[in-house]
Design a protein around this ligand. Structure first.
Ligand code: FAD
Length: 383
């Protein structure tokens, strides 16, 4: 029997993870990426502890990176507490996306996947022999047949809407830039839920001791209410935040100041042997906008479903099952956002005095994605 032929569209963490797993399992994988590779990606560059775990499972150990062992969180009323990770995944890391994505994709190529950059997937049509994809530049585009497609086209991809996958439930927007610190940066994730960015947060992530990735994350509707002025929100936050003033100064200058969207939620993820993963599937966390871990995890899950069952109903069902925890987490995170400022204020004020509660809030709710009942039970225990 010949190997299953799979096309992976997009070489970000979602596509790379799927390609690594499928090629290692014996599929014949081709990856196409429209950008010249390696490419930069607008991102906070924060690989959470679950993200580090996921990368390691794919064969990418980030041991050469600064290990971010704790985080600092502040609340709208200005309380600050230390966050903690769980012992099984004790640290996260900051890795600029050009490097992270390049290293991950190299594992797929090392496993034997064929990779073409500057190659756009333009269209997908469905026939009795499986999906056919139009690949390459318009004038010289070729049609190729595959058994299945993993569509990892990211937040702004145009193929999923064309194929009738429908819109995302909602979108968050973020703006980030790199700047020099005015004092050595601590090896920690800094997440600041200050009033100026509520409902959302500002972040200061250390690329190294001197250079920080700084940004703000806000709900799309909240930005529209402020005339779409995301730069103004970032400027306002760094001017008023005590932490920002202490570490990067009140009016930092930025290199590569860029914004992007993070879509969350999508009704369907599989149609006719096309599997959506990562941002295309809308699986980023609607509370934190973390999406790298989710992209790798859903890429692996789609790969596992296809490898185990081959394209067809059984694989679709297996992938739908694997996505359930992400959807449950998303629904809970959306609910949490409604009472956002209040919840964070009340819990944060208490967490300052109760390290066990602080640890629980960060390790369970924010980063580790326990179910809501388990999260609430932990709060009751540590209150
Ligand atoms: C400002 C900002 C900050 C963020 N910070 C963080 C953070 O700190 N930590 C975190 O975990 N997440 C963060 N995220 C979210 C994270 O960046 C995404 O969730 C993640 O990149 C999703 O990975 P992906 O593989 O699905 O898509 P992407 O990484 O976007 O990759 C998609 C790829 O597909 C390619 N492509 C698209 N269409 C085609 C086509 N037709 N043919 C060929 N190639 C195509 C694109 O060129 C791209 O390379 C942030 C997002 C933003 C906007």
């Amino acid at each position: 029997m010949s190997a299953m032929r799979v096309l992976v569209i997009g070489a970000g963490p979602g596509g790379a993870a799927a390609a690594i797993e499928m090629q290692r399992a014996g599929a014949d994988v081709r990856i196409v990426e429209k950008s010249a590779w390696p490419r930069a990606k607008t991102c906070g560059d924060g690989i959470s502890p679950p993200g580090v775990r996921e990368a390691r499972a794919l064969g990418l150990a980030l041991d050469d990176k600064t290990k971010l062992e704790v985080g600092e969180i502040s609340t709208p009323r200005g309380a600050r507490f230390r966050a903690g990770w769980r012992p099984e995944t004790p640290w996260g890391a900051i890795v600029e996306r050009r490097e992270f994505d390049e290293r991950l994709l190299a594992l797929a190529v090392a496993a034997g996947a064929r990779f073409d950059d500057r190659t756009t997937a333009r269209d997908v049509t469905f026939g009795s022999r499986g999906p056919a994809v139009r690949l390459g530049r318009d004038a010289t585009a070729t049609h190729e047949l595959f058994d299945a497609i993993v569509l990892a086209e990211g937040a702004t991809g145009t193929l999923a809407p064309k194929l009738g996958f429908g819109r995302h439930h909602s979108r968050l927007v973020a703006l980030r830039g790199y700047t020099r610190a005015i004092k050595p940066l601590e090896p920690q994730f800094g997440l600041y839920f200050d009033r100026d960015v509520s409902p959302g947060y500002g972040w200061i992530f250390p690329v190294d001791r001197e250079r920080a990735n700084v940004g703000v994350l806000v709900d799309e509707r909240a930005v529209r209410a402020r005339d779409g002025d995301l730069r103004g929100i970032l400027r306002g936050w760094t001017a008023t935040s005590a932490v920002a003033r202490e570490t990067i100064g009140p009016g930092p200058t930025y290199e590569s100041l860029r914004g992007g969207v993070i879509p969350t939620g999508r009704r369907s993820r599989v149609r006719g042997s096309v599997y959506l993963v990562g941002d295309a599937a809308g699986v980023a966390d609607p509370f934190s906008a973390e999406g790298i871990y989710q992209a790798m995890a859903t890429g692996r899950a789609a790969a596992a479903a296809l490898v185990e069952h081959g394209p067809g109903r059984a694989a679709e069902r297996a992938y739908a099952r694997a996505l359930r925890p992400f959807d449950r987490n998303a629904a809970e995170a959306r609910r949490l956002r409604m009472g956002f400022g209040f919840v964070i204020d009340v819990m944060g004020a208490r967490a300052v005095k109760r390290p066990k509660l602080a640890y629980h809030l960060s390790s369970s709710g924010f980063f580790m994605k326990d179910s809501l009942p388990a999260f609430l039970l932990g709060i009751a225990r540590t209150w």
